[in-house]
Design a protein around this ligand. Sequence first.
Ligand code: DSN
Length: 434
Amino acid sequence: MSQHARDPQMDMSLREADPELSAAITSEALRQRDHIELIASENYTSAAVREAQGSILTNKYAEGYPGKRYYAGCEFIDDVENLARTRALQLFAGSEHVNVQPHSGASANIAAFTAAMSPGDAFVAMSLDQGGHLSHGSPVNISGKWFTPTFYGVRSDDGLIDWDAVERAVETAKPKVLIAGASAYPRLLDFERFARIAHASGAQLMVDMAHISGIVAAGLHPSPFPHADLVTTTTHKTLRGPRGGMAFARASAAATLDKSVFPGNQGGPLMHVIAAKAVAFKFALEPAFRTYMEQTLANAQTLAGALAACGFGVITGGTDTHLILCDVTPLGVTGKEATLALEAVGITINKNSIPGETRSPMVTSGVRYGTPAATTRGMGAREMEKIAQWSVDAIARRDDPAGLAHIAREVSELARTFPVPGRDATMLAEEGSR
Ligand code: DSN
């Protein structure tokens, strides 16, 4: 025997090997159990998704694509990636080619950009302060540094897409790409109309459906397919998968997109994450997922109505999706103050700019709510009504620590009756309460 002394830590549990890090995860499990999560871009993964994501697949390098890898030993890895690809295409009828390797939504976007444009090229997108996304041309992001954006926004009177501004921007900028997609727009996006405008001027339409991909998969939001030339998404929002991204292209542009992802923008794929994406897509293909999405949208409508009744200024008067954008200035606070008051009682939302915003992005006049995560835990109309009431009460009592503590107790009592999915999450939280 010539076996050397193997590091005993390699077989230990996380708790044994790294108590400090393990304690931070346990604290987060407690936070997740006791708080109500209403950040529109967040969700809870299933136990099966987390099992795949935490699996031994992380041990393997697999640069390239199924059947064309740079390293040996990829036969089972190919099965994993093929499952993810087949299921993604099944999930979105009319899609022709998918790349499941992007590490995130922003990575999927930059891959789509470099597939369709060269540095300096012009594109048109919704501006960040009107509901767009950082990776759609913000001057602090590579999309705005390497390419040349022109922005459209929403109308300040009703908060809806300003189609005249979209057409004007396309006419003047003569872009290579028009982007449709937002991170704070509560209404349906008319992809057919976006495509007409893009194609009439010779531009490609790129849809970033990160926020709504679960709703599209369930058939409850119009699909970007077949209108869009490129479609990107995250996999962890309404789709309820692992943190990650993916990108779709027409069959004729498949090789260009694949080259843009690897070797253009990324190295080895995260095969454990791709496996977890495959699991999430399997779940999303089942009827239970449509029921979940229907409930998510119903909850958003109930919450929007209840918030309006409590004095929030609900932008566009409601929502067609999972998210609600509110002006909180009628309640006498900024977005920052409202978010802090809600955080103090265990209701997690984010401050958000609103159409016609006059405050900085760090302060804002608005907040954004979203129902995917709370709905995953099983919350319904009754809980949405309570959340609206607690929200307005927390804002009113923001300078009263005893009042906030009282609401926080009620919030955590309710939250605990809706466990976070997975026995692992429950066990961690139980350990943390001991
Ligand atoms: N951070 C996400 C959101 O909250 O909308 C977008 O990437």
